[in-house]
Design a protein around this ligand. Structure first.
Ligand SMILES: NC(=O)c1ccc[n+]([C@@H]2O[C@H](COP(=O)([O-])OP(=O)(O)OC[C@H]3O[C@@H](n4cnc5c(N)ncnc54)[C@H](OP(=O)(O)O)[C@@H]3O)[C@@H](O)[C@H]2O)c1
Length: 254
């Protein structure tokens, strides 16, 4: 039993079929949690779920869910309760960015899609799990935001607005539910080597631009985000709420 122990806890992790979400699911299971591996594609989730269950039998369950669909979010919550009994930790990790370019050319449809999936879905999902957390006076909500939410951008501006809104979402949740010991925090990764950010690390020139001004002189790996999620989900993070944890190799301070 350590400060970081998650035994007896159940966590939902959206976007857990690969990248940062997969790394969080694997580390949560390693620390004793039951994990619900969720993304749109059941097959991709099953690969992660099966591999976790091989190492930690019975700890992982696949529940497919498109975060843009409210009914699917409710199904995710219902199936988790049916299988594991309760939800102690929610990790809103999945997000999307269908538009790259100047904000003045961003189609309304893309703007709405980004805000809906990256902000409103997190608001919905939090509200779906909150009642039982409030009743037990224990719960941790974690939103994977981005350092994009701390800076202006000429090309992913709408995505950055959505990630800034996620910082405010956790502050609101923290203030509203802190008296019932329900905590909410955001993690703000810098550039991480995942499919989502491939365009930013696949091209050596673009990669050099971002790493040259980063103190650690490299981009991050998904597993380097997972430890912060374990911290926030566990007793180690018991006095932390409403905050944004920047994990970016020092990019934002240089
Ligand atoms: N990588 C970076 O540099 C970076 C930096 C800062 C912040 N972030 C944030 O980190 C989070 C995870 O990104 P990642 O880099 O780990 O990306 P990734 O490796 O591409 O993984 C994205 C995950 O989300 C799922 N997903 C995509 N759209 C979805 C939807 N509509 N509903 C449900 N699941 C969906 C994907 O699976 P399916 O395709 O099966 O749905 C996949 O499991 C995002 O919130 C992102 O904004 C990433």
């Amino acid at each position: 039993m350590t400060l970081f122990d998650l035994s007896g806890k159940t966590a939902i992790i959206t976007g857990a079929s690969r990248g940062i979400g997969e790394a969080i699911a694997r580390r949560f299971a390693q620390h004793g949690a039951n994990v619900v591996v969720s993304s749109r594609k059941a097959d991709a989730c099953d690969e992660v779920t099966n591999s976790i269950n091989e190492e930690y039998p019975g700890k992982a369950l696949t529940v497919p869910c498109n975060i843009s669909e409210k009914e699917q979010l409710q199904n995710l919550v219902d199936k988790t309760r049916e299988h594991f009994g309760q939800i102690d930790v929610l990790v809103c990790n999945a997000a999307l960015n269908p538009y790259f370019g100047p904000a003045m050319d961003c189609p309304d449809e893309a703007f709405d899609k980004i805000m809906s999936a990256n902000v409103k879905s997190n608001h919905w999902l939090a509200n779906m799990v909150l009642p039982e957390m409030l009743e037990r006076e224990n719960g941790s909500i974690i939103i994977v935001s981005s350092i994009g939410g701390l800076k202006g951008s000429p090309v992913i501006g709408t995505y950055c607005i959505s990630k800034a809104a996620d910082f405010q979402l956790v502050r609101n949740l923290a203030v509203e539910h802190g008296s019932k010991n329900v905590r909410a925090n955001a993690i703000a990764p810098g550039l991480i080597k995942t499919y989502f950010a491939k365009a930013l690390w696949d091209n050596p020139d673009i990669l050099e631009q971002s790493t040259s001004t980063t103190p650690l002189k490299r981009i991050g790996l998904p597993d380097e985000i997972a430890g912060a999620a374990v911290f926030l989900a566990s007793d180690a993070g018991a006095f932390m709420t409403g905050q944004q944890m920047v994990i970016d190799g020092g990019q934002t301070i240089s």
